[in-house]
Design a protein around this ligand. Structure first.
Ligand code: NAD
Ligand code: UDP
Length: 678
């Protein structure tokens, strides 16, 4: 892969985010610069989740040449797709100076930086509004609208696009090495088919479909249809609605076209539209079909500035760019409805907030659900805090840097791709021997030096459904990392309700025939509200544990633990670091269909707090933290309950199928940590 990047300004926005996905799907590397004035970083987190890779992001205002130049210094930029702009027609008539400053001055600043870095390839987001009211020609000669139609924008927003096109033309005229693609969009609609990305208008939406979507989910009472006395088949105005994914693909086509010019330059405009006009009622009916019911509307007076027909003649783009819109208004309505139902308030979710922990890659996410406040971070998809009525029940650092300290005892993290020990770091799979890194004496512990706990997960995708927060983190672990075969994708799904943090793990092979997987969570819990867990009363579902040798590797036998009483009162003279057996019933690679079984309960006589563990897993490691010695925390500051497969299962024939993940299969497991009052 080339080390060249495409800079996408405004890449966190509606059209930009969809285009970034298409760019990456087409093999481009992308860097995003966006000041987030009309978007949210959550869109970028979701882009990363969809494309399963990191996308560098800079919170930069394009008017800030110095900061923008830094982006060019950090990445070798070969071309720019320039979306960043303010875009509300009505607003532009109220605050024209802001529009000229943001859009025109912003573009001048961007072009200055491009020029000084010798980057001369640019794709620019223009708009059909530059044509103005094409019915002014009277004879329908400009309907559908061709690119040679004279420009006559009717509002300040449209005029910023006209001015920018003119600037780009002048630059090309002064230096014909520039390659400039002007893309004039018609009416972008719809959302990403994944339901993860879409338009997220702030305040009351101006556009037809975003407004209608809010009517459909009950945020607005009814749609106002602005006039039904136009000269169309049903009296409402005609527009050329184009699915945002088709529009995004148009940018890839334009970029490829510019690239194919080799050393020649170009300045050229292309309409991006479908060529097919739809009336307001056509679109209204299509959306009602997607929703499955009639939505309330009222016909009101015409909206000032609206014209009868704005339909593209897209032939130039069809022929020259070899691009054609393929999706229909019905497709767009279906995707918009999915986006709307799954994200009724766009990226905004009540009682969820985040801040950078140590940058955008690793953010600290806070969720408040009734008495529970839970913090999660991207690093290791870790649980940083669980407060029950303000009392902390999880021990971990309060700043990101400390998590990277060598003495960190895996605080809060997801451990994988292989939790616990692999004897001598060796195993055999499909007749082939593998040597893993030996990071604990002879053995491999918790996957080695670069396990899931050491990496930043992508995402999260956060949703709120039925009173619960659903939070998904994703990681791609490379083939050969710490010696493990095959590239895998693992997803950590958290479910946070008023009394528990549920975790569901999923892992799939992306390359190779087979690998081994065993995932769990390594939080240090505490119900004592103090620095030491002694005195905690613990109930275990079983006293059967694995017999292990001096290196904590199983002998293959189960034995009873002499300290297991009912309840056990934790005491430093009776430390635990043992694997307890819940079920020896050949669970297979995916335990998620099994019922959650309560395996652990902890209370403390001095507090009112209760902690429970339920799981679908066949075993759990119970560790009383006797080895902890790190900044701010001493031994026995908390205990761990890590549901998982049997230790070193791969090296025991009768257990091996618990951990062998084959191509096409899914590793799965569930844990539910409960935090309640006694
Ligand atoms: P959007 O508001 O969702 O995206 C624009 C992005 O640019 C936002 O993320 C915003 O934060 C960012 N931005 C704005 N000013 C910036 C600045 N000074 N520095 C850095 N970032 C800045 O809008 P969109 O619908 O995705 O539109 C993208 C482009 O397409 C715009 O140029 C718009 O004018 C053009 N366009 C949009 C439509 C439409 O109907 N959506 C139609 C025709 C043309
Ligand atoms: N429209 C409407 N009600 C609304 C918003 C829009 O009837 O609440 C109509 C508007 O008159 C136009 C069409 O829908 O005919 C598309 O309007 P939009 O603002 O989405 O895009 P425009 O074509 O104006 O850029």
């Amino acid at each position: 892969m080339s080390d060249e990047y495409i800079l996408v300004t405004g890449g966190a926005g509606y059209i930009g985010s969809h285009t970034v996905i298409e760019l990456i799907n087409h093999g481009y590397k992308v860097v995003i610069a966006d000041n987030l004035s009309n978007s949210s970083y959550d869109a970028v987190a979701r882009i990363e989740f969809i494309v399963k890779q990191h996308v560098p992001f800079y919170k930069v205002d394009i008017r800030n040449e110095k900061e923008l130049n830094q982006v060019f210094s950090n990445h070798k930029i070969s071309g720019v797709i320039h979306f960043a702009a303010l875009k509300a027609v009505g607003e532009s008539t109220k605050i024209p100076l802001e529009y000229y400053d943001n859009n025109v001055s912003g573009t001048i600043a961007l072009l200055n930086v491009c020029k000084s870095n010798n980057v001369k390839t640019i794709v620019f987001s223009s708009s059909a509004t530059v044509y103005g009211d094409v019915t002014r020609f009277g004879d329908n000669s400009m309907i559908p609208i061709p690119e040679h139609c004279p420009m006559d924008p009717t509002n300040p927003y449209g005029r910023t696009k006209f001015v920018i096109e003119s600037i780009l033309k002048d630059i090309y005229d002064s230096d014909e090495l520039w390659k400039v693609a002007i893309l004039r969009y018609f009416n972008p609609i719809g959302a990403h088919p994944s339901g993860l990305l879409g338009e997220d208008p702030l305040g009351i939406p101006n556009n037809l479909l975003p407004y209608l979507a809010q009517v459909a989910i009950g945020r607005r009472e009814k749609l106002s249809i602005f006039g039904n006395d136009y000269n169309s088949h049903d009296g409402t105005p005609i527009r050329d609605y184009i699915h945002v994914v088709d529009l995004a693909k148009g940018h890839i086509a334009a970029l490829a076209y510019l690239k194919n010019l080799q050393s020649k330059g170009l300045y050229r405009e292309w309409n991006l539209g479908t060529g097919k006009g739809s009336t307001v009622f056509d679109v209204y009916h299509a959306f009602c079909r997607a929703v499955g019911k009639e939505l309330p509307y009222e016909v009101v007076a015409r909206r000032a500035g609206d014209v009868l027909d704005l339909t593209a003649k897209p032939d130039r783009a069809n022929k020259e760019l070899n691009w054609k819109a393929e999706l229909t208004v019905d497709d767009a309505c279906k995707d918009l409805w999915k986006w709307t139902t799954e994200n009724p308030y766009g990226f905004h979710i009540d009682n969820y907030s985040w801040e950078n922990f140590d940058g955008y890659n690793n953010r600290l996410h806070s969720f408040v659900n009734g008495p529970l406040k839970v913090n999660l971070a991207n690093h290791g998809a870790l649980i940083q805090k669980v407060l029950l009525d303000g009392v902390n029940m999880v021990k971990a650092y309060d700043n990101a840097a400390d998590f990277k300290d060598k003495s960190n005892p895996f605080f809060g993290t997801t451990v994988g791709r292989f939790a616990n020990r692999v004897a001598k770091g060796q195993f055999e799979l499909n007749g082939k021997k593998y040597q893993l890194t030996q990071n604990e004496g002879n053995n491999n512990l918790h996957a080695g030096f670069n396990g899931f706990d050491k990496q930043d997960f992508l995402g999260p995708v956060v949703k709120h459904k039925d009173g619960k927060f659903l939070v998904d983190f994703l990681i791609v672990d490379k083939d050969g990392n710490d010696g493990f075969p095959g590239e895998v994708e693992a997803i950590v799904h958290y479910t946070i309700d008023e009394s528990s943090v549920g975790i569901e793990y999923e892992c799939r092979l992306l390359s190779g025939e087979a690998t081994i997987v065993n995932m769990t969570n390594h939080s240090y819990f505490d119900v004592s509200d103090s620095a030491n867990i002694d005195g905690t009363e613990v109930k275990l579902v079983t006293d059967q544990m694995m017999e292990v040798d001096a290196e904590l590797i199983p002998t293959g036998k189960f034995v009873a633990n002499e300290y297991v009483t009912d309840p056990i009162v934790l005491d430093e003279k009776k430390p635990f670091d043992n694997c307890f057996i819940v079920d020896d019933d050949n669970c297979g690679i995916d335990t998620r269909a099994r019922p959650l079984k309560k395996v652990f309960e902890a209370t403390h006589p001095k507090t009112n707090n209760k902690f429970t563990v339920e799981t679908t897993e066949p075993a759990f490691q119970f560790y009383t933290g006797d080895g902890v010695n790190t900044k701010g925390f001493a031994k026995r500051c908390g205990f761990c309950v890590e549901p998982s497969r049997f230790i070193d299962a791969i090296n025991h024939e009768k257990w091996a199928n618990q951990v062998i993940l084959k191509k096409g299969e899914v590793y799965g497991s569930k844990i539910k940590y409960g935090f309640t009052k006694k």
